[in-house]
Design a protein around this ligand. Structure first.
Ligand code: ZN
Length: 53
């Protein structure tokens, strides 16, 4: 099974966090920030794709 890793930045608090998924399609997916609890759109907040965990 494929795994893709991304570095995301929260639009509310600016903290960065890792996210992993089994599909490259990020449209319509949301993540809740582990720091401030605010949900945001993953697609719009990808800083970069990571090569591994
Ligand atoms: Zn946040």
């Amino acid at each position: 099974m494929n795994k893709f890793y991304f570095l995301l930045m929260c639009p509310n608090c600016g903290n960065k966090m890792k996210y992993h998924t089994t599909t490259i399609i990020l449209s319509g997916k949301n993540k809740r920030c582990v720091y401030c609890g605010k949900s945001f759109s993953i697609k719009d907040r990808v800083v970069k794709q990571l090569l591994g965990p």
